[in-house]
Design a protein around this ligand. Structure first.
Ligand code: HEC
Length: 253
């Protein structure tokens, strides 16, 4: 009997392993869940910006009044874009109630911002209207914050020296991720960063997705540095492939 002391039965071993597994895996899977939710929101944002980018020639056409680009039309086109990219699964099958609520709030924000900007979009006699993807994204993200800001935030931020809109300035955590991770020589391009950290409404799971300039961005963010772009901002002097900003998603606990 003495010899047997300290020796665990198969059941005991299994029980302990199970407890250990649950201890290790439950916080992890909660964060994995959150990461997936954050990436769905980032996908919707990107699809929506791409849609507004592809509509620029129509939006900036000075000869047509009604462009037929209602909030509902744009919302449907964003969903269609996600479907084409094979990224719409979570829209019809959200992982949980919170994710469902956030997706709904984001799609609704897109619809509202487009509807509210109909007078601008449909204005005859002016070409460039300044309703560029970044402006649309900023407005949509603000609206999202008004709806569900205690649960989640979506923001597009940038390295501090590149920030155009003061509201897009990185907070301390975002700035740190940009400076110490995304700008690091050893960071693999495109890799996201996520961590538990404080957001302005408390402790959160936070995700940063880096964004790089492509050729299409350089008309405004390229060179010569300081020359004013079509939107009235001085160009940053960026080059294709340079870090231009980051999508920042905050999911409160
Ligand atoms: C037609 C000009 C134009 C083009 C093209 C353009 N941007 Fe911008 N970008 C802007 C303007 C204007 C703002 C400021 C929006 C605002 O007022 O909120 C901005 C803001 C941003 C921001 C948010 C941070 C900030 O500075 O306020 C990022 C990040 C960004 N742009 C990246 C890009 C990338 C990446 C591309 C290419 C995919 C791109 N931009 C293409 C004009 C442009």
């Amino acid at each position: 009997m003495l010899i047997q002391r300290g020796v665990l039965s198969g059941f005991q071993v299994f029980g302990r392993l199970l407890v250990l597994f649950l201890l290790i895996s439950s916080p992890l899977s909660a964060n994995e869940h959150s990461l997936d939710t954050a990436l769905v929101l980032a996908d919707i944002l990107r699809a929506a910006r791409s849609e507004i980018a592809s509509q620029q020639p129509t939006i900036n056409n000075d000869l047509i009044g009604d462009k037929g680009l209602s909030g509902e039309v744009i919302q449907q086109r964003v969903i269609a874009r996600l479907q084409e990219a094979g990224k719409a699964e979570r829209l019809s099958n959200p992982a949980n109630d919170v994710e469902a609520q956030l997706i709904e709030a984001q799609l609704q924000s897109i619809l509202e911002i487009i509807d509210e900007n109909q007078p601008l979009i449909n204005k005859e006699g002016i070409g460039f209207k300044g309703f560029v993807p970044a402006v649309f994204a900023q407005l949509t993200n603000e609206r999202f914050g008004e709806k569900v800001g205690t649960i989640a935030e979506i923001k597009v931020t940038a390295p501090i020296e590149l920030v155009r809109n003061r509201k897009a300035r990185p907070d301390k955590w975002e700035r740190n991720v940009i400076e110490t991770r995304f700008k690091s020589e050893t960071w693999s391009k495109g890799q996201l960063y996520s961590d538990e950290a404080e957001g302005k409404n408390g402790s959160a799971f936070r995700v940063m997705v880096p964004e790089y300039y492509g050729d299409a961005c350089l008309a405004c963010h390229g060179g010569p540095k300081g020359e004013v772009d079509v939107t009235g901002y001085p160009k940053e002097g960026g080059q294709a492939g340079d870090l231009g900003g980051s999508i920042s998603i905050t999911l409160y606990k």
